[in-house]
Design a binder for this molecule. Sequence first.
Ligand code: ACO
Length: 424
Amino acid sequence: MQHATLTLDGQTIELPIVEGTEDETGIDVTALRKETGTITLDPGYGNTGSCESHITYIDGENGVLRHRGYPIEDLAQRASFVEVCYLLIYGELPTSTELDEFKHRLTYHSLLHEDMKKFFEGYPATAHPMGVLSAMVSSLSAYYPHAEDDEAVDLNIIRLLAKLKTIAAFSYKRSIGQAYIYPKNSNSYTADFLHMMFAVPSEDYDVPQEVEEALEMLLILHADHEQNCSASTVRMVGSSGANLFASISAGINALSGPLHGGANQEVIRMLEAIQEDGGDAQKYIDKAKDKEDPFRLMGFGHRVYKNFDPRARIIKSTADRVLENLGVDDPLLDIAKTLEEAALEEDYFAERRLYPNVDFYSGILYRAMGIPTDMYTVMFAMGRLPGWIAQWKEMRSDPATRIYRPRQVYQGATERSYQPIEER
Ligand code: ACO
């Protein structure tokens, strides 16, 4: 086995190197503090591996993303979202019997307990749906108690996957004051979500096939992304032994931030602002380059990808076709393309290796499907759910898992005596 040698104040120690299946390497510092009294310091964890994982492989330098070995391009083109859920959670693509059984379970667990409908009424109609989603997922633990054995845990996994789309659609219906539309068992997973979002009791509603196909692709593209902010949050909360619903609810909150999943709605706001301001993309590129200006190009840059995000490449290449099929002519797509082209020509973006990420074009497709801006990050959460579940499940079954508990280098005041208030 390879080792790294560390010399610290004259003491030399050997640290084992862990090798991954794609030749990635990590220096195992588990014994560092015990042997030297010191720790590693890595704000933002850019150089820290928190686990060994079998789920997702990313090569950010070359724009590669694979789930359980399967390239994202293949999955987006050939698999269904439910198949990808199965692959991520159980490790292999399902046989047709396994897929039928899985679909059946997802269909028959999609109803919410009727009491839970009252919760939606307690939120203001203006509530952001991500807040409602995380609270409702957390509330599921009140209905489906903490599970220990694998079979009971698996049932909770199915319940969560099945019910998330119902929760998401109900929160939208509540926000526009319409009646809730219940799940329909003959629908596919994706079509059922669209049906619950857009059907009204007074009319028949057929889910447009183009919309269903576009949504399948978008959900697959968001399905997992290894140890990102929300997946790490799910693992961190779960490492304390917290239940599935509590852990995923925490992941939803992590996703809501504008530097993470919340970026997709911010991209559309930014493109609308550029449009209202006369469509001058260069003005906004100059703002993004200006260190005195806090403005960033939303949907640009990524901690891991230092090349084109392969998910953005897939969305961009299908956006024109999807919009055409849906009969939508969206000027924001033209602004996005101009902005991207102009940004990629600038040294500022080239030097920092900033490229469009998955969020840059996804909002344009959601918009074309009639999904309101506030719901974009909820769509991301629906897509990411199987990834979070897979990460949580792997964390739970990995014998190397300990409670997540980073350390710090303390920089505060050294010891001093308490001063009575009159002496301060
Ligand atoms: N616009 C302008 N400059 C940027 C941008 C951007 N979108 N992103 C990074 N930079 C610059 C930074 O100012 C910094 O410049 P400096 O070295 O001169 O100080 C350099 O590029 C590196 O940026 P960091 O913030 O250090 O990179 P980090 O890896 O910490 O952040 C992040 C990655 C959060 C994605 C960042 O690129 C960003 O804020 N992007 C916009 C928000 C966004 O699209 N988020 C979605 C991410 S993908 C996802 O969650 C699905």
